[in-house]
Design a protein around this ligand. Structure first.
Ligand code: ATP
Length: 365
């Protein structure tokens, strides 16, 4: 298969107790994670949480304060960046605007003193891979943003990297193009199977592209898991909040009935049943959370366990769904997403149902 020639060697990346200080600022704190060979790992987190700092240490433009980066069992901290065989796409692409597409893509091969015939062959292959077939002689300054993005990607893969690093590569594109490029990137990864580390603060990108996701906050890893694990079972308040669980209730697990915990809030004594899990027990102080799209609005049923009465205070039509805020008699605000065109009126009285099977217990921290 032609595309297999784009991978030099399948590489497992281990990051071992990695710390980076800038003066008194800790940008990355004791981070440990493993990226299996061929995996697509996304580092997800808000601006300033240390994602780029981790990439820079893997690339070799920054030295760790402590800890190791290991490729297939071999520490690379002391290996010069030019010999790490890493393909990198920067957020701003860092292309040479007055050179052609082909010249930009060939740049890494020139540095490696690859002979002319081989260079030409590889550049043409890379141009085809990213679907820029007829644009080899165009100048970068005459390309659209999406085309430039693909040149940057071709330049990264043409060197047959062991590892591909992508730092928010889609953030300069408009929403439609971003989705298209996301699909292309996914296809390319499936074809090439290069171990990839992708940085973004966009949870949708993380969900759609990755085989694994690492969520970070303030230089600290909060959770590592498959997209399904992270989005379905966030471990703590930070992760849940960051990936869009909008509703949080603080309280205590006070009892067990029929394989459900009975949860009670501390102040207004809202009582809710929630599916029992192995990690918690009666007496634990916890947070209950539920996604806005999981909260149900019911109009006919009588008020019973896990239902609350309230009024619509905010209504926000967002295309395929409507976002509401409902304020309960106890003064709590719930965020709710309902599919379809705005079925409820502002001020309308509604009943909310919080399904015990859809509520999630997370730890207070
Ligand atoms: P973004 O999404 O905005 O790129 P990030 O998650 O990639 O953010 P980093 O760029 O890794 O975050 O920065 C992590 C922390 O380290 C921030 O507090 C940042 O201000 C700090 N930092 C990064 N580089 C330096 C530097 N060269 N000198 C001092 N502080 C730095």
């Amino acid at each position: 298969l032609k595309s297999k020639s784009f991978v030099s060697e399948s590489t497992k990346v281990e990051i071992n107790d990695l710390t980076k200080m800038f003066g008194s600022t800790t940008a990355v704190q004791n981070a440990s994670l493993t990226i299996e060979s061929g995996e697509f790992m996304t580092l997800l987190g808000p601006s300033g949480c240390g994602k780029t700092t981790i990439l820079s240490m893997i690339l070799g433009i920054l030295q760790p304060t402590s800890g190791d980066i290991i490729f297939n069992g071999q520490p690379i901290n002391q290996i010069d960046m030019s010999r790490r065989d890493i393909g990198m796409v920067f957020q701003n692409y860092a292309l040479f605007p007055h050179m052609t597409v082909a010249q930009n893509i060939a740049f890494g091969l020139d540095m490696r003193k690859i002979n002319k015939a081989e260079k030409k062959k590889r550049v043409n292959e890379a141009i085809d891979m990213v679907q820029l077939t007829d644009l080899g002689n165009r100048f970068i300054k005459d390309l659209s943003g999406g085309q430039q993005q693909r040149v940057a990607l071709a330049r990264a893969i043409v060197i047959r990297p062991r590892v591909l690093l992508l730092d928010e590569p889609l953030s300069n594109l408009d929403a439609k193009l971003r989705k298209e490029m996301r699909t292309q990137l996914k296809k390319l990864h499936n074809e090439l199977g290069i171990t990839t580390i992708y940085v973004t603060h966009d949870q949708e990108e993380a969900l759609s592209l990755s085989t694994k996701v690492t969520v970070m906050s303030n230089g600290v890893i909060q959770q590592i898991g498959t997209p399904k694990e992270i989005f379905g079972r966030p471990r703590n308040y930070f992760v849940a909040n960051f990936i869009g669980y909008g509703n949080f209730l603080e309280g205590t697990l006070v009892d067990v009935q029929d394989e459900h915990f009975i949860f009670e809030t501390d102040k207004d004594l809202v009582r809710l049943a929630v599916k029992q899990d192995e990690k918690h027990q009666v007496g634990d102080e916890v947070i209950l959370t539920i996604k806005p799209e999981m909260v149900e609005i019911i109009t006919d049923a009588k008020i019973g366990m896990n239902s609350l009465q309230g009024n619509i205070t905010v209504s926000d039509y967002i295309g395929s769904a409507t976002g509401y805020e409902v304020e309960t008699a106890g003064g709590r605000t719930f965020k709710i997403n309902v599919l379809g065109l705005n079925p409820y009126a502002l001020g309308e009285e509604v009943k909310l149902y919080l399904d015990p099977e859809k509520l999630l217990i997370i730890d207070k921290e």
